[in-house]
Design a protein around this ligand. Structure first.
Ligand SMILES: O=C(CO)COP(=O)(O)O
Length: 252
């Protein structure tokens, strides 16, 4: 057993208007306060930026963190539509997801940009949840591990530590498809990520490595039991209180 405390993170993506988002956050806060035992994991909610401040307010002092889904790499300035890491911290966020494959694909974000964003997040006192993952074509070509290790080499700055950085492995073909990676493949990839972290960082063994891609209550326990899987980054199933709580409860 490792002493890394699991992290279950919900990435709401571009979902939820105010009423639904606040109901979801308060539903989870009620689950936590009503739980007979404290869950064996940390919990993070990453709502759309429009709801972040309100979600922070709803969560109050309950032990659930809130985070952004992206930030700019600059501190401030002429970047219409963007959000600085310090702005997320300013409204009570503790984390920010960076380099999600949807941003890499939809916004052309390179690992070099993600590295700059990660530094900006650290400078603002945020924990960066840095996403990596291969496409189906890359996996079919046998290049999955090389692709993910290459993304890590560039995306992670020298100042990354287990405190300020979490890795999320999300195979692109498993996101929102209902297809999860085979346990053996998850185990192999997470071991490769761990090796990379240990090669580069003195505290590489302490970094949390999350798995993401069609995680649901029915498969969470199996995935969370895999060595070097230290939690989950959850999309669709994070939008329902019962489903997300089911995944939180699968942490043993
Ligand atoms: O992209 C994801 C989380 O960041 C995963 O999404 P799904 O859980 O909907 O597959």
């Amino acid at each position: 057993m490792s002493d890394r405390r699991p992290l279950i993170a919900g990435n709401w993506k571009m979902n939820c208007l105010r009423d639904d988002g606040l109901a979801l956050a308060s539903g989870l806060a009620s689950k936590l306060s009503g739980a007979s035992e404290r869950p064996e994991c940390d919990i993070l909610l990453c709502p759309p930026a429009t709801l972040l401040a309100d979600v922070v307010g709803v969560l109050g002092h309950c032990d659930i963190h809130a985070g952004g889904q992206d930030c700019h790499f600059d501190k401030s300035g002429a970047h219409t539509g963007d959000i600085a890491a310090s702005m997320l911290a300013d409204i009570g966020a503790s984390h920010v997801i960076l380099g999600h494959s949807e941003r890499r694909a939809d916004h052309g974000e390179s690992s070099t940009i993600i590295r700059q964003k990660t530094i900006a997040a650290h400078n603002a006192g945020l924990t960066a949840v840095v996403c990596v993952g291969e496409t189906e074509q890359e996996r079919d070509l046998g290049a999955a591990i090389a692709v993910v290790c290459g993304q890590m080499d560039v995306s992670l700055p020298e100042d990354a530590t287990a405190e300020n950085t979490v890795i999320a492995y999300e195979p692109v073909w498993a996101i929102g498809t209902g297809r999860t990676a085979a346990v053996a493949d998850v185990e192999e990839m997470h071991a490769a990520i761990r090796r990379k972290l240990k090669e580069r960082f003195a505290d590489g063994d302490a970094f949390r490595i999350l798995y993401g891609g069609s995680v649901k209550p029915s498969n969470a326990a199996e995935l969370l039991a895999v060595e070097n899987v230290d939690g989950a980054l959850v999309g669709g199933a994070s939008l329902k209180v019962e489903d997300f709580w089911g995944i939180v409860s699968a942490c043993k």
